[in-house]
Design a protein around this ligand. Sequence first.
Ligand code: ATP
Ligand code: MG
Length: 454
Amino acid sequence: MGNGISLPRPVKDILNALGTLGFRAYAVGGCVRDSLLGKPPQDWDVCTDARPEQVKACFSKFPVLETGLSHGTVTLLLNHVPYEITTFRTESGYSDSRHPDRVTFVDSLREDLSRRDFTVNAMAYHPAEGIHDPFGGRTDLKAGRIRCVGEPGLRFQEDALRLLRAVRFASAYGFSVEPDTARAIHENRLRLRNISPERINVELQKLLCGPGAGKMLREYADLIGVFLPELTPMVGFEQHNIHHIYDVWEHTLHGVDAVEPLPVLRLAMLFHDSGKPACYTMDEKGVGHFYGHPKVSFAIAEKALARLRFDHETIREVTELVRHHDAPVTAEEKSLRRWLNRLGEQGVRRLLKIKRADAIAQALFCREERLPMLDQAEEILEQVLQKEQCFSLKDLAITGKDLLTLGLPQGPMVGAALKALLDKVIDGELPNDRERLLHAASAWMKSKNSPHGR
Ligand code: ATP
Ligand code: MG
């Protein structure tokens, strides 16, 4: 863990400008935490004993956004980069488990730090004073621990989003949750029902993309179940099948960890087998099967992602992967050309990643069988792409216009004819050559027109 904090020039300028006017000002929160971890902070927040009007007056020459003014936050734009400057404050009376009823400005830094959620987020820094760390944030950072500032139960009752933030930070940093904080998360989990789907969405994506995602999903399946109850039946669901060494949920968690940390891929792994419990059958030999589960998983994912307010594009991309995760992709040009036609290049690349993660989370002999096949499929995919082989209508060497010129009447026949020609090209029965395609098209039209052509 690095010990030095190096403030960017604009942050130094902000602290100096306020200091010159006799105010105290510190870099605070996430930027101090990330600097101590040696990670570049995403943004730099400042806290100060100056009141919002005084902050505005201090930076009157610069653009200032007043979005958080009533809570004491002024956003200053320096070179188009926003810096949030927030007056020391405490919060009280969280009657809705979301928003404080009252915000009170205070004079002490310590009081401001005490309202913050976790010890690792409750540190402030000034170059002349060093780090202010009244709650042991540095010790918890070194130990890799997320711990509430103060009494965990009370802190979660004030603001239920913190339940998910704790688990998200633990996942993102590969930390554990300190036992009292962990207990309070389980006890207070139902309070998460008060939190808007939009805010849950943000935390869920960060949680899923952390190096500790599998571990946190395992330890907090009950918390996840509060906003994704459709995943709960997977927990402990035995598969009774030699392809699997894990129950459905454990398999899912291994799959999540095994895929690249991008929201679309991790969400796809989270949902890919969610339809399994509903599709379970056991044959006379005592072997478990899950016929048709990808379709059920698809429906579950679509509904759940819409409820959590994911955008249409993400929903489409995730559900497409869920729907096809079990479909055969063989290491043959023909197979890859067909998949390229259906999913496009990015879609096929993602599908292969999903299939790889799925295989890694299965029994050893499945991995040994499937991973080399997927390697091969990837190689062939590159070859097909390099050869720029034809796999979608827009790549076809003729267009609908050509067919109209040949005399085909306008209407659905045009699309059907193009699709039939494309299939022949994909299957290698025809080259993607203009002359040959036109020839085939007119032969096909003649056969349609002749009285025996049906
Ligand atoms: P990141 O930006 O990397 O997600 P962060 O710690 O900067 O992490 P923000 O949501 O930007 O998180 O919040 C900035 C700071 O405000 C936090 O470090 C914490 O001190 C405080 N904070 C944010 N949300 C809460 C909350 N719900 N309850 C208490 N304190 C909070
Ligand atoms: Mg931040």
